[in-house]
Design a protein around this ligand. Structure first.
Ligand SMILES: [Mn+2]
Length: 385
């Protein structure tokens, strides 16, 4: 009987950190299913590889504990493998270690550049496993695996099962299920964004968790993810939020721009209905932008309506950057196929978008571009001003 992920996490919780150096493995700040399961499985596999390590590497979820309740897909998958939130480690824990003057060495999974809050705590990046664009940092990290593919868990799972652990090793059902769950969601049951690494991991998942009906499980997780009943507007804005710092080194707009992007899985019209109409929701957004103290809050909605997958984009700039936001849009409207809503005109799919300076709204016809593409394109749009 192999060690369960649950008993591994129990053991971590029962082992106080006594050394001066804490080693962590940390997912990205969106703390989506991929980040969470990549971090947990990386730490688990490392421990399996070397259980004699006095100070095992600790998986970190890059949000505060309080924010986990917004991610029902993650809670669902963790429950499926018998893990509850009290067994997890969060940003709060990292902060505490830093305050007690510990050196914090980090392996990054599902991102390859440390940004924002966690940056204050991490002393050194010692390893990277990621599926985003390579930022060219931490060149002496080991491992340093950066390969574009559907899910980061594919890279973590393949690395340990095929390369690091002995040939005779058979990964347990629970760790396999964790990685598979993220793979299913990130690739919509291995039908989108599938690269070689994902295909290899899929084979392994079928071998070590043959009982899981992949199609059914994808739907179950997506339903849990899309279940946002009972959430407030602020909950929805912070649920899947990423923050970026853009810099422009030339031209009239030389300087920095802080951009926050919230992804929401409902159309704007739905948000208006839930949260006091267009004006009511707009005020919530402005409040959130002020709370985060950023220049522009962008909301990217994605949803299926009339059998069609659709995206909308709304920029909520602070007073100082209203016209700059417009200029940025004109730099990328072609690429993202942004269309201004025609208010009241039949055929406008949403019927609810209105473009004003404080709340710049567009239909995004380039539905292939998710935040992963939109964020760098906004950055380029800013740099090209
Ligand atoms: Mn990912």
């Amino acid at each position: 009987m192999s060690l369960t992920v649950r008993s591994f996490l129990n053991l971590l919780k029962a082992t106080p950190v006594t050394s001066n150096t804490v080693r962590i493995v940390c997912g990205n700040e969106s703390a989506d299913l991929d980040s969470v399961t990549s971090a947990i499985s990386y730490a688990y596999f490392r421990f399996v590889e070397n259980s004699k390590d006095a100070q095992p590497i600790i998986p970190i979820i890059n949000i505060t504990k309080d924010d986990l309740k917004l991610r029902r897909d993650i809670i669902h998958v963790l429950n499926d493998v018998n893990i509850d939130e009290d067994l997890l480690f969060f940003l709060d824990d990292v902060k505490q270690w830093q305050e007690s003057n510990k050196t914090i060495e980090a392996v990054l999974v599902d991102h390859n550049e440390v940004v924002n809050e966690v940056k204050k705590y991490i002393t050194k990046v010692v390893g990277v496993v990621d599926h985003h664009k390579d930022m060219g940092l931490y060149l002496d990290a080991s491992p340093r695996i950066i390969q574009v593919c559907g899910s980061c868990t594919s890279l973590v799972y393949n690395y340990f099962v095929n390369e690091i652990l002995p040939k005779s090793y058979q990964p347990g059902h629970d760790v396999t299920q964790l990685c598979l769950a993220a793979g299913l969601v990130d690739t919509t049951n291995f039908s989108h964004r599938v690269e070689h690494a994902d295909s290899i991991s899929k084979e392994l998942y079928s071998k070590y968790a043959p009982d899981i009906d992949m199609d059914k499980y994808t739907k179950i997780i997506k339903n849990a993810k899309n279940d946002i009943s009972g959430f407030t507007a602020r909950d929805l804005l912070r649920k899947d939020y990423k923050q970026f710092e853009f810099s422009n080194t030339k031209g009239v707009h030389e300087g920095k721009l802080i951009m926050g992007i919230s992804s929401i899985v409902k159309p704007m019209g739905w948000l208006y209905e839930e949260f006091g109409g267009r004006q009511g929701f707009k005020e919530e957004c402005i409040r959130y932008r002020e709370e985060k103290d950023i220049d522009i809050l962008t909301i990217m909605t994605s949803f299926v309506q009339n059998g069609k997958f659709q995206r909308q984009m709304t920029l909520i700039p602070s007073d100082e950057v209203k016209s700059l936001a417009k200029d940025m849009i004109s730099n990328i409207e072609e690429y993202l196929k942004l269309e201004k809503p025609d208010v009241g005109v039949m055929g406008n799919t949403s019927g609810t978008l209105v473009n004003d300076e404080e709340f710049q709204q567009y239909e995004q016809q380039n539905i292939e571009a998710s935040r992963k593409q939109v964020a760098p394109s906004l950055e380029m749009a800013f740099q090209d001003l």
